[in-house]
Design a protein around this ligand. Structure first.
Ligand code: UD1
Length: 420
């Protein structure tokens, strides 16, 4: 296992964001919907992507991954089983369910199980697919689904916490090959869902309302291969925005889409950064030395993303006053709080709320990465803290950030990877 050793750093220069992990994962699953070749560019080389590709290969697809380009073809093997051995490491693999059902009429996908950030049910996935006519039952930890024919329906897909990204993806991928029209109401509007819908359209799907909460899908008989480029990773971009604020360093972020970051840029402005968007859409962040406290509520897109809550909490630990973070998507997603407090932050958690009393400085400590985004927050805290910080179990961060320590080192960060 690896760890990061980090010292306080001032950052400078520019950094280029990679392709979006969360956009690439369902798009990889969607290639099940055709037997023709798909070529996908700007795919980040991450552990989660490798897991998704391993499942895809076990389902009978050929995969070549070179310099960020994935070429996916078909082999005669037409399995419909996504095994627990692979699915357990990554929840997104559950989105093989919709495409398998639509194309191979049968799916057996391991249930992803619990997760450190709290309960993660799949009721909306099952509700949506059942509405299209699938017979679904759970047995021995697997979700079994089959359907002679999927038939378009009007489906309301809102849940207790609002819309669901991967449930929308699953139902959308099943509906593109269903007969008749499907309307998904309360669809998730995240740019990653929009990217999947655009990929499906390139494959020949008939989808209207892309990017809105109401998707209208007219089923087609078959889909073709296509070429597609993955959108930039807005969460990686947001992490560098938070790094710029936390270390009070002027940074330029290249290759991101600022239109996917409106709530994040607005929050950065409120905390105290001047932001310039260049003609090439590069984002220049120029933070003031005196960070202001703010209140942040995580919400579905276009609200502030839960996947940036931990990183912005690390910034607010250094603001001059009291901030409140309300976590509306995963009320238990606060594993980073005790770790930040070990670095002398002052954060109190109560249910879905965290009250952060800003301090002049944090102190280096040995801390434990608990999940992907929490690990990123600890790296940011380490870059601002006095003394040495060691972030243990960084395999979490490798799931979702491509070459993170190289990118930070290029910006002047004192960070190195060592064996734990
Ligand atoms: C995706 C992202 C993840 C992000 C999350 C919220 C990927 C691979 N992952 O996860 O990084 O944190 O969106 O933006 O894209 N829910 C239900 N029933 C369901 C499904 C979800 O109640 O059947 C709830 C969840 O517990 C949560 C909320 O809905 O409270 C949103 O979750 P969802 O959008 O489904 O998250 P994922 O798609 O799993």
């Amino acid at each position: 296992m690896d760890k990061f050793v980090i010292y306080q750093s001032k950052l400078f220069g520019s950094v280029r964001v990679s392709g979006s992990k969360n956009a690439a994962l369902p798009i990889i699953a969607a290639t099940i919907l055709t037997d023709e070749e798909c070529v996908i560019h700007n795919v980040p080389d991450l552990r989660d992507i490798q897991t998704m590709l391993a499942i895809l290969q076990s389902l009978g697809k050929s995969v070549e991954f070179k310099n960020g380009t994935l070429t996916i073809g078909s082999k005669p093997n037409k399995s419909f089983l996504a095994p627990y051995r692979l699915v357990k490491t990554m929840r997104a693999s559950f989105c093989f369910l919709g495409p398998l059902l639509a194309k191979r009429k049968k799916a057996k996908v391991a249930l992803p199980g619990g997760c450190i950030i709290g309960p993660r049910p799949v009721d909306l996935h099952i509700k949506g697919l059942r509405a299209l006519g699938a017979e679904i039952f759970i047995q021995n930890g697997y979700c079994h689904a089959q359907a002679k024919e999927l038939v378009g329906q009007h489906i309301y897909l809102g849940g207790a916490f609002g819309s669901s990204v991967l449930a929308t993806d699953n139902v959308l991928m099943a509906a593109v090959l269903a007969s008749g029209e499907t309307i998904i109401e309360y669809a998730a509007c995240e740019p990653e869902v929009e990217a999947l819908a655009l990929f499906l359209k390139k494959m020949g799907a008939d989808i209207n309302g892309i990017g809105s909460p109401v998707l209208r899908i007219k089923g087609v008989k078959s889909l073709f291969g296509c070429e597609f480029t993955i959108i930039p990773d807005r969460i990686e971009a947001g992490t560098f925005i938070a790094a710029s604020l936390a270390t009070r360093s002027k940074l330029t972020i290249e290759g991101a889409n600022p239109f996917h970051l409106t709530s994040v840029l607005e929050t950065a402005r409120r905390i105290g950064a001047k932001i310039n968007i260049g003609p090439d859409f590069s984002i220049e962040i120029n933070p003031t030395s005196n960070l202001k406290p703010v209140n942040i509520t995580t919400l579905a897109y276009p609200g502030f993303p839960t996947d940036l809550q931990a990183q912005f909490m690390a910034c607010l630990c250094l603001a001059s006053g009291i901030s409140l973070i309300t976590e509306k998507i995963y009320p238990d997603r606060f594993m980073h709080v005790p770790e930040l407090n070990r670095m002398d932050a002052s954060i109190q958690r109560s249910g879905p709320y965290a009250i952060i009393e800003g301090k002049d400085k944090l102190c280096g400590a040995e801390v434990m990465a608990s999940d992907l985004r929490a690990s990123a927050a600890l790296v940011l805290a380490g870059l601002t803290a006095e003394g040495k910080t060691q972030v243990l179990r960084v395999y979490h961060i490798d799931r979702g950030y491509e070459q993170i320590e190289h990118k930070f080192r290029k910006l002047g960060a004192k960070i190195k990877r060592e064996k734990q």
